[in-house]
Design a protein around this ligand. Sequence first.
Ligand SMILES: Nc1ncnc2c1ncn2[C@@H]1O[C@H](COP(=O)(O)OP(=O)(O)O)[C@@H](O)[C@H]1O
Ligand SMILES: [Mg+2]
Length: 214
Amino acid sequence: MILVCGGIKGGVGKSTIATNMTVMRANQGMDVLLVDADDQGTASDFTAVRNETLVEQGAGYTSIKLYGAAVRSEVLRMAKKYDDVVIDVGGRDTAGQRAALSMANVYVVPFLPGSFDVWTLESVGKLVEEARAFNENLQAVCIINRADAKGSDNSDAAAIAKDTPGLEFVDAPLGNRKAFRSAASNGLAVTEFKPSDSKAIAEIKKLYKLLFDA
Ligand SMILES: Nc1ncnc2c1ncn2[C@@H]1O[C@H](COP(=O)(O)OP(=O)(O)O)[C@@H](O)[C@H]1O
Ligand SMILES: [Mg+2]
């Protein structure tokens, strides 16, 4: 399966989701290719840190950097050799993101509640509809990241997301939890990080199930 973590906002959790899904998939015994299509290189940096943390066993997946049209041509060529490809794109409408969307099976778009992020979903929905012209089975979902523990921001944001054409809102939020940050800065998925945060683990597992078992 080809999973793309994207959107047109930075700092919303695309790389967090891409790296967690990659590691969790690899830990299930799958042969995974993680494609870093963001020139900021977060996914590649994560892998470098992971290789330092897990010197003996190694990252457990293959990581490459690709930009622009090469995202499509190279992934199409390599996808046959892997069980899964996870593509982490930058937070802009780039040729690389469009190339990724042209062949993705699943596109996941995180957004933050209580911010202007939710309004960017409309443009992302348009990108999806354009991609569907030649990738008609593209499944596109949006989820709340860094969900607030209290207040109505989550439900307000969810209501807007549900009305966005082109994107399906799914109820699999990730809470705003330190464990996501701490795990990432050690090159680990939140499922691997100690001391474990059972809420964070439950949330990421729910998202994993939704994206891979759908
Ligand atoms: N659910 C979360 N809880 C706490 N921190 C988070 C969460 N998701 C992401 N972060 C942190 O927010 C920052 C931006 O996340 P990142 O995944 O790099 O976003 P993007 O790839 O969309 O730019 C990172 O420091 C990351 O560790
Ligand atoms: Mg990123």
